[in-house]
Design a protein around this ligand. Structure first.
Ligand code: DAH
Length: 345
């Protein structure tokens, strides 16, 4: 009968130990099953009442059960302690990594912002982008543009000469001659953004190196209305829908007639202020109808074809667009200047 009791106590103990969820509970079970006043201990005191032949076996069983409960308690305790430690390690994790140093993103030079915008406006009108050399011959820079040797217009475009006939181009207009000669009499609709050079003393409004965007359209029946409409669309896209343009007669050897294009002053809306020197207008570019001599020299019959051309100063447009006070800022790479034109991601 006592053995039955021992087995019941054993199963009960194993069960409760298995179901324990923390070490405090195990402590209680230790007291319940193994301490002096535990059930097992009280069974031990019954040992004396048994007949001597049963005593040995009963005592052995009792000890066995004690040891097994004790082992099980120790095993469970180790298991629970490990779980508790794991839990603690997880909940008390500290992120000891340092955030990395911030890399400052630079700003895009407003020159390129404007160059890309102008290019996009013309690409959307169906123009293609052409390219040409910065080191030019006298032939392409001047003569094929109807500026023969000794022409007074050369005075305004002195430049850096590599030899008598090779020079850094003074404008992007020579690309007109290159494109015409390559197009073999086919219609043309191109722009050419690029660097240009002049022998100038650098100051707030002059730079020995600057950039232009040349435009050239050649086809049958092109007239000055096409030029005006194209440049009007450009001005509105670039400077805002409210801007008006005005064409003023001008002179360029490679166009006839030639015009200078003004936009209404953004500052006063055309009334006249210090920014537009009281005129209400600000000059933005030059253009005109391609001179018959230029068409002829570059392989087009002026009786069949006509065209218009224009030249835009990129820095000039950027200066007007962003209110920049000095053309040299574009080239100085001062990060304080460039940061003002950081594009939002
Ligand atoms: N090449 C001229 C300059 O640098 C600008 C220009 C004027 C270009 C009229 C043109 C044009 O194509 O038609 O001053």
């Amino acid at each position: 009968m006592e053995n039955k009791n021992i087995n019941e106590i054993y199963s009960l103990a194993m069960n409760e130990i298995q179901q324990s969820e923390d070490t405090n509970k195990l402590q209680e079970l230790k007291i319940k099953f193994l301490a002096k006043k535990s059930v097992l201990s009280s069974l031990m005191s019954e040992l004396a009442n048994l007949p001597p032949e049963e005593r040995k076996e009963f005592g052995k069983n009792l000890n066995d059960v004690r040891n097994r409960i004790s082992e099980e308690l120790a095993k469970k305790e180790a298991e629970l302690r490990k779980n508790e430690l794991d839990k603690k390690l997880k909940s008390e994790t500290i992120d000891i990594t340092l955030p990395s140093r911030k890399v400052e993103l630079g700003g895009q030079n407003p020159f390129y912002v404007v160059k890309d915008e102008i290019t996009d406006i013309f690409l959307n009108m169906g123009f293609e982008v052409a390219d040409g050399p910065e080191v030019e011959t006298d032939l392409f820079n001047f003569e094929l543009l109807n500026i023969p040797k000794d022409h007074p217009a050369r005075d305004m475009q002195d430049t850096f000469y590599i030899s008598d006939n090779v020079l850094l181009r003074t404008h992007t207009s020579p690309v007109q001659a290159h494109v015409m000669q390559e197009a073999n009499g086919k219609p043309i609709r191109i722009i050419c953004p690029g660097k240009t050079y002049r022998r100038d003393d650098d100051d707030a409004t002059h730079s020995h190196q600057f950039a232009q965007i040349e435009g050239l359209v050649i086809d049958k029946n092109i007239n000055i209305g096409h030029l005006k409409a194209t440049l009007e669309l450009f001005a509105k896209k670039m400077f805002g829908e409210k801007r008006e343009i005005r064409l003023r007669p001008s002179y360029f050897p490679f166009t006839e007639p030639s015009v200078e294009v003004d936009i209404t002053c953004a500052n006063c809306g055309g009334k006249g202020c210090s920014m537009c020197k009281g005129t209400g207008y600000i000059e933005i570019l030059g253009g005109g109808m391609v001179h018959p001599n230029v068409l002829k020299m570059n392989g087009y019959d002026p009786d069949e074809y006509s065209g218009f051309a224009f030249g835009i100063g990129i820095e000039r447009v950027a200066i007007l667009r962003f209110g920049i006070d000095d053309i040299r800022r574009f080239y100085q790479n001062d990060v304080r200047f460039l940061h003002q034109y950081r594009r939002k991601a």
